[in-house]
Write a protein that binds this ligand. Structure first.
Ligand SMILES: NC(=O)c1ccc[n+]([C@@H]2O[C@H](COP(=O)([O-])OP(=O)(O)OC[C@H]3O[C@@H](n4cnc5c(N)ncnc54)[C@H](OP(=O)(O)O)[C@@H]3O)[C@@H](O)[C@H]2O)c1
Length: 401
């Protein structure tokens, strides 16, 4: 809920996380508009160190543990939008969502955990609608580029043919970046939860799991599990790990926009590869990782000795030299082909994510008073305004080519 009476436009909660610290750097040099903001976390000394490292001594800080409902309520009462990077969200995220929904405080996060979003929808959507809190999940590399890329292509389809595009394929053409300990912890936690819970395994394969009750979608959706040569795009393709959240967010957007993309809309994501050998190698590598992660002793070994730990992630050099280039392909109702290109100028998961998440929160705080309370997706709530902000302030471009 946009209120001018609150002290801060945004509060960065989890400011000492790997992503949070990149956000602090971004905000420290951000002069494109006047914003009031504060940072928050559970550990005061870490917050003070982060302030000093970024010359942000003048920025207020707030102490709140993820389980401390009273402290989170006091924090929410000071913010128009709380941004949370405290994850895995399935482990630490619920109390903040509950408090935001209860206090009418807007919220953005980076979760890529569909099972957790589903649980939060079931528990707090009605509360958020009643209080006016606008909750936006997955406002980073998952799933802003996918959500806005599809939105932009569908707007073009509707403007030129009066009909939505029936089938959109997203293919990652180039990507350069790495993973952080927080992302790895979130992935391993989903694998662990799914290993124990057959109902959750069923839920995770449902492409419409995040759609509102009573949605009309029944279309079978392609789930790329192996390498293959794709005739129509003339590319080798392989599974894209983020498809598991991105595709679900895109279908929720369709539902929230009153089925604007059509009731039979098809959407699938994959990575492109230069050669078949590369596609098969990456597919087998990913498969081996998933199998290993599902076996407890191997999962523990990976987490302890091989993969990045919480707080670790790609180096500054990797962030600055990272990038992504995603293409959204369709054939319009009149037979013409159309493509949208979405590019970012930093590594996707951290350098670009930090900027996208900040801009989504600022967009919510400043540009979107008309959006009602409830659980939204980036495209359903912020669409063209966020596209414009990302191009202007975040090095992310979305264009028809
Ligand atoms: N959607 C995307 O594109 C995207 C991209 C990147 C990351 N992510 C997700 O974003 C999240 C953050 O990733 P990351 O690598 O930055 O994580 P990280 O470095 O491991 O940071 C986790 C943060 O959670 C805080 N935390 C843990 N338990 C807490 C508690 N009980 N109370 C308060 N704070 C607590 C930690 O506080 P301390 O600093 O005090 O330890 C830390 O700041 C993960 O869930 C990850 O999956 C998503």
């Amino acid at each position: 809920m946009t209120e001018t009476t609150k002290q801060f436009d945004i509060i960065v909660y989890g400011a000492t996380s790997f992503v949070g610290q990149i956000m602090l750097e971004y905000l420290a040099s951000y002069q494109d508009e006047t914003i009031s903001w504060a940072m928050a976390g559970r550990n005061e000394q870490k917050l003070l160190d982060a302030k000093q490292a970024n010359n942000l001594e003048h920025i207020p800080h707030i102490i709140a543990d993820a389980d401390d409902e009273a402290a989170l309520t006091a924090m929410c009462n000071q913010a128009n939008v709380v941004i949370s990077t405290v994850g895995p969200y399935a482990l630490y995220g619920e109390t903040l969502v509950k408090v935001c929904a209860q206090t009418g405080t807007d919220y953005c996060d980076l979760t890529g955990e569909p099972q957790w979003i589903r649980a939060m929808l079931d528990k707090y959507e009605n509360t958020a609608k009643a209080s006016g809190a606008r909750i936006i999940n997955s406002a980073g590399f998952d799933s802003i580029p996918s959500d806005l890329g599809v939105y932009a292509l569908q707007q073009h389809a509707l403007a030129t043919t009066d009909k939505p595009a029936f089938h959109i394929k997203m293919r990652v053409r180039r990507i350069k970046g790495g993973a952080s300990g927080g992302t790895i912890a979130s992935m391993l936690n989903v694998v662990e939860e799914a290993g124990k819970n057959p109902a959750l395994r069923k839920l995770l394969v449902n492409p419409y799991v995040l759609c509102p009750e009573g949605h009309p979608f029944k279309q079978y959706q392609t789930n790329h599990k192996k390498a293959q040569f794709e005739e129509d795009t003339q590319m080798w393709i392989m599974p894209f790990i983020m498809a598991a959240i991105n595709e679900r967010i895109v279908h929720r957007t369709n539902a929230l926009l009153d089925n604007r993309y059509g009731e039979h809309f098809l959407y699938d994501e994959a990575m492109s590869a230069k050669k078949g050998l590369q596609a098969w190698g990456m597919t087998l590598g990913l498969g081996a990782f998933m199998v290993g992660a599902s076996i407890k002793p191997i999962r523990n070994l990976l987490a302890k000795h091989i993969l990045p730990k919480p707080g670790e992630g790609p180096s500054k050099h990797e962030q600055l030299n990272g990038m992504f280039d995603m293409r959204f392909y369709t054939t319009l109702d009149n037979g013409d082909k159309a493509t949208v290109k979405v590019c970012g100028d930093r590594d996707p998961g951290y350098g670009s994510t930090a900027k996208m998440l900040t801009q989504a929160a600022l967009c919510l705080a400043k540009d979107a008073p008309e959006v009602a309370g409830g659980f939204w997706t980036p495209a359903a709530a912020l669409n063209d305004k966020l596209i414009a902000r990302l191009a202007k302030h975040a090095g992310v471009t979305i264009e028809l080519i």
